[in-house]
Design a protein around this ligand. Structure first.
Ligand code: HEC
Length: 425
């Protein structure tokens, strides 16, 4: 067994951090004089004494991550150490890192985000997001997509952050500007930023679970998987899907992750179109449940090791007695339609007790009306709740002339009165 050499401690940084402001200014001036900031242009009149710019702020998004830890990795070991600027995110993923005690340049350092709650799903966030601190210290978005850019930079696969962004943008059919946007805020204009980001994140987490080395932390495994995907991105010349990137990986157990990426991409796209962000959240909740099931059930030595999305979804459906409707199986198998998204959304609706109106005489008869007019007469193409008495107008029209006339004339007057009384409550 070999004994590893201890990692070099960030002595210089440590040193500088404890210097007094004047000495600090001198130290920075000295560093600058040494040409440390090669390529940097005119620094402008504001010197190091300006403390109002010593904070780095932005937003951490898979969905917005609430209560997540954000830190600036000064010593580049990937872990949070004492003295490194850190903060917790707000309910909308916002963070502000105070780096006034840091004497070195922060541009290019890694911003790391872990923990908290993914407000899209209400689930604990078990992922790890990163981004490179840029010169502009405000509005630093940290997402799965910036993590991918970071993984390219970390491996030296691109000359700089901009070149890495260009690689990712090309591979995912986005623009470089898109990669710096808050995916949730951009949902209305560019939903693809969100769909690509959430698909990538889920694929990385599943891959990491299925391929973690013995003793390897889940965050380390995720970092490794993101780096592997970064290598595939590097070789892309045109747009592909996250699922294709995953399928091209040189790692084991890519089947389920590739299927998952496809399912996320398809169902979240459909959900956003049919019901907006809320529907997308429900779809993600369902897909996360299936993913976690795959992670838990996975056993490399078992031929039935559940690296199969539909199989895992089917198990959950069966356990909930949903053997006929199979909402999760439907969600993950074909291109989901709006109805399938609704079915999943219903799964996660809190069990509400519907208060019944006082008079329920016409209720059963009125249920027939809802086949066309929407539940409770509220939705559908024509809301009939309240002005249901207009149904009597159809009693004098020829039944063959209008579907509603044919329908209304199937009831006795007493029955119609009961229906109307029920709907008018
Ligand atoms: C087979 C589908 C269908 C069913 C079932 C049905 N409707 Fe209708 N309803 C229609 C259609 C289509 C129209 C629009 C007809 C038109 O104006 O030509 C309509 C129109 C109406 C209107 C007029 C709405 C308005 O504000 O303009 C009322 C009121 C109404 N339906 C009540 C009822 C009631 C009460 C029932 C149950 C007894 C019922 N409908 C069941 C299809 C249906």
């Amino acid at each position: 067994m070999t004994i590893k050499k201890p990692k070099t401690s960030p002595r210089q940084l440590h040193h500088l951090r404890h210097l007094r402001p004047l000495a600090l200014a001198l130290a920075i001036a000295t560093l600058a004089a040494c040409g440390g900031g090669g390529g940097s242009s005119s620094a402008g009149p504001s010197g190091p004494g300006n403390s109002s710019i010593s904070s780095l702020s932005g937003v951490a998004v898979d969905g917005y991550l609430q209560g997540a830890t954000v830190f600036l990795d000064l010593n580049k070991n990937g872990l949070q150490d004492t003295g490194e600027p850190s903060a917790l995110t707000s309910a909308t993923g916002q963070y502000t890192l105070d780096y006034s005690q840091v004497s070195s340049a922060i541009e290019g350092l890694q911003i790391v985000v872990t923990g908290g709650v993914d407000t899209d799903t209400g689930n604990t966030f078990t992922g790890r997001l990163t981004a490179r601190a840029s010169k502009a210290t405000q509005g630093q978005v940290v997402t799965p997509l910036t993590s991918l850019v970071d993984a390219i930079v970390a491996q030296g696969l691109a000359a700089d952050v901009t070149a890495a962004q260009t690689l990712v943008a090309t591979a995912l059919g986005l623009t470089v500007a898109d990669l710096g946007k808050d995916p949730v805020a951009a949902l209305a204009s560019t939903p693809a930023i969100y769909t690509q980001a959430v698909a990538l994140q889920r694929a990385v987490q599943l891959l990491a679970s299925l391929n973690a080395n013995p003793g390897e932390s889940s965050h380390k495994a995720q970092e490794r998987m993101m780096k592997a995907i970064a290598k595939v991105v590097k070789s892309q010349e045109s747009k592909v899907d996250v699922s294709q990137l995953v399928a091209a990986l040189q790692v084991a157990n890519t089947t389920g992750a590739s299927q998952l990426a496809t399912a996320v991409q398809n169902s979240v796209t459909t959900a956003l179109e049919s019901g907006g962000h809320d529907s997308a959240k429900a779809a993600l909740k369902g897909l996360d449940q299936v993913r976690v099931r795959m992670e838990n059930d996975f056993d490399e030595n078992d031929s039935d090791h559940s690296d199969d999305l539909a199989q895992a979804a089917g198990k959950i459906d069966d356990e909930h007695g949903l053997t006929t409707s199979q909402p999760l199986t439907n969600l993950v198998t074909d291109d989901s339609d709006a109805g399938e998204i609704d079915a999943v959304q219903n799964l996660y609706q809190p069990g509400t007790v519907v208060a019944q109106p006082a008079n329920t005489n016409g209720r059963l008869l009125a249920s027939n009306c809802f086949q066309c007019h929407g539940t409770g007469g509220m939705g559908g193409f024509d809301a009939i709740r309240g002005d249901a008495s207009e149904v009597r107008d159809y009693l004098t029209k020829p039944a063959g002339s209008d579907i509603m006339a044919a329908h209304a004339q199937g009831y006795t007057n007493a029955q119609l009165d009961a229906i109307i009384a029920y709907l008018q409550q």
